[in-house]
Structure formats: structure tokens, C-alpha cells
Design a binder for this molecule. Structure first.
Ligand code: ATP
Length: 301
């Protein structure tokens, strides 16, 4: 694998207030990477710096080895992006918008434009005025525009924001297919954790401008198992939790403390006179991990 994007020690202050503090991450070619965090955590600032639209106070971004800060247009040659609300001319058709956008950057290529329009499923409506487009159709047009430079790296700012469930699923399948067919590398930020979980290989979580977590979605799902046990009588729970740790998560239900061998826990519970009614390995979602980290319980890895 080779590195597609490197963000190295990015720091940025706005009016003396830090928005990013020494944030680094790296995307390998073909990776889908999610940038997560609460409102104001620094996600858009990171994307802005990567796109050369925001100047970092410190740090550098390299795309395929080329510095965005030193050689912006060369570095961004292989990049397609949807950043902030894409500005289209509402009184023109989707097609004419694409024509204009292409003419800004090297000239109109009808064949390439037809291909992207087909790819994003806008063929039937590409001749209609953008003012008549739904939010989902605008997003498709924005995606078409981001694909025009035949990018190897896509940067997407809240791409699923405001889409309906069908639109969200379409977007997910679309991105996964782009990666499958072209080895596309994708970096996006989102608040939709369930979607991020389905799409991303790795995620970084930012909190108040600092990167507080980076990890593979698969690893935190599989490597840090959480077990739940249902005991009877349920009154047994308190003394057992008191002795062995864990958390009561329902009547008679204990979430086992992390790191303890579940067999040891169950054996102790039985010895104490409890009956084990249910025992389950719980799959932790990205949301669980996100909440744990941002609520300050520390990193799971
Ligand atoms: N142009 C700017 N001028 C002043 N402050 C800014 C500017 N851009 C961002 N900030 C501040 O920097 C911090 C990080 O903002 P940023 O937009 O990067 O967060 P975010 O994680 O993208 O948030 P959201 O999820 O709400 O989009 C915030 O405190 C924000 O108010």
C-alpha cells in the first residue's frame, strides 16, 4: 500500500482561539477514512487545510507526496471534493453547470461529463434547471462535479447531510463501488455514525481540535469484546457487581467489566448461587466507542 494523503501536525487558530492542535493522520491508497467529532471539533478546518483553502499556522498536508501548502494546484490535481454547500447556478440546468465548472478547469469534455452524469444517476434530469432539483439531486450533481477531474482522492464534507434513507444508502453503495472499481481513496466527515461504521475502514475522532482517537472500525468491533450476562434471581446482581465489577444494564443484566475473563465471572456468579439465564457477546457500535471517548472514558485501544 502506498500513502495517498498525509496530514502532519496541523495547527490552526482563529482569532487566538485554537481550532486544531497538532492533528496528524494518514490515508493509504484505497482507504475510506472518516473524520468524526462534535460540532466545532475541527473537521471542516482539517478539510479546508487539505484543500488549501485554509492556511495552517503549523503543519503540512501532502497528497501523493506533494505538499498542498507549497504546490497547491499540483497537489490537488488528483483530488475531487464537495466542500461546504456546493454553489450551483440555480437558473441553469445541471448540464450547463457542469459545462461551466469544467471550462474553469481545463475545458469541457462532453464524453467525460456524460459518463459522470450517468454514474450518479442524473441522466433524466440533467437538462432541468438546478432550481427544480431536490436536495438529493443537488448532492448527486455535486458528486458528479467532484468526479470530473477523474480524482484518485475524494474529500467530502458531510456528504449525507440532509439526505433521506434511500439517498444515504445510494451514497454508501456509490462510494464503495468507486473504491472497488477504481481504488478510490475517500476522506469524509460526518455525524451519521451508523453510516460511517458501514463505510469506513478507519476513523479519527477529534475533540476540541485534538485527535483523541484513531483506529480501524473492524478492530474496535472485534478486538474489545463486551459481554452481558443475565442472572437470576436479579437481586444477586448488586453483590456480584460489587465483588467483580461490571455495570447493571437491566433487571438481572450485568455488562461485564472489560478485561475480565467471562468464564471466571460466570463461575463466580454460579458459586454465589445465581443462575445464568443468558450470556451474550455484545457487538459494540461505533456510536458506543464514540460516546465512550468523547465522554472521557479514554481510548479503547
Ligand atoms: N473562518 C473561521 N473564523 C473563525 N472561527 C472559525 C472559522 N472556521 C472555523 N472556526 C472555529 O474553529 C472551530 C472548529 O470549527 P470546524 O468548522 O472545523 O468544526 P467542525 O468539526 O467541522 O464542526 P461542525 O460539525 O459543526 O461542522 C470552531 O470553534 C469554529 O467556530
Amino acid at each position: 500500500m502506498s500513502t495517498m494523503l498525509e496530514a502532519i501536525g496541523l495547527s490552526k487558530k482563529f482569532g487566538g482561539k485554537p481550532a486544531l492542535k497538532e492533528v496528524s493522520f494518514r490515508l493509504e491508497r484505497g482507504e475510506i477514512y472518516g473524520l468524526l467529532g462534535h460540532n466545532g471539533a475541527g473537521k471542516s478546518t482539517s478539510l479546508g487545510i487539505i484543500l488549501g483553502m485554509v492556511e495552517p499556522d503549523l503543519g503540512e498536508v501532502r497528497i501523493d507526496g506533494v505538499s498542498v501548502q507549497a504546490k497547491r494546484s499540483q497537489a490537488l490535481r488528483k483530488v475531487g471534493a464537495i466542500f461546504e454547500a456546493p454553489a450551483f447556478y440555480d437558473y441553469m440546468s445541471g448540464w450547463d453547470n457542469l459545462k461551466i465548472l469544467m471550462s474553469y478547469s481545463g475545458g469541457f469534455d462532453e464524453k467525460a461529463a456524460r459518463e459522470v452524469v450517468e454514474r450518479v444517476g442524473l441522466v433524466k434530469r440533467i437538462g432541468s434547471k438546478v432550481r427544480t432539483y431536490s436536495h438529493g439531486m443537488r448532492q448527486r450533481l455535486a458528486l458528479a462535479q467532484s468526479l470530473l477531474p477523474e480524482p484518485e482522492l475524494l474529500l467530502l464534507d458531510e456528504p449525507t447531510d440532509g439526505l433521506d434513507p434511500e439517498g444515504i444508502k445510494w451514497f454508501r453503495d456509490f462510494i464503495l463501488q468507486l473504491r472497488e472499481e477504481r481504488g478510490m481513496t475517500v476522506l469524509f466527515n460526518s455525524h451519521l455514525l451508523s453510516e460511517v461504521e458501514l463505510m469506513c475502514d478507519r476513523v479519527a475522532i477529534l475533540r476540541e481540535g485534538k485527535r483523541v482517537f484513531e483506529g480501524s472500525v473492524k478492530s474496535f468491533r472485534d478486538d474489545v469484546p463486551v459481554y452481558e450476562v443475565q442472572l437470576e434471581p436479579w437481586e444477586m446482581c448488586m453483590p456480584i457487581v460489587h465483588e467483580l465489577g461490571g455495570e447493571i444494564v437491566g433487571p438481572g443484566k450485568i455488562s461485564l467489566p472489560r478485561g475480565i475473563d467471562p468464564a471466571v465471572f460466570v463461575e463466580r456468579a454460579i458459586r454465589a448461587g445465581a443462575k445464568v439465564r443468558e450470556f451474550a457477546r455484545i457487538r459494540r457500535s461505533l456510536e458506543d466507542v464514540y460516546m465512550e471517548i468523547l465522554n472521557g472514558e479514554g481510548s479503547p485501544n
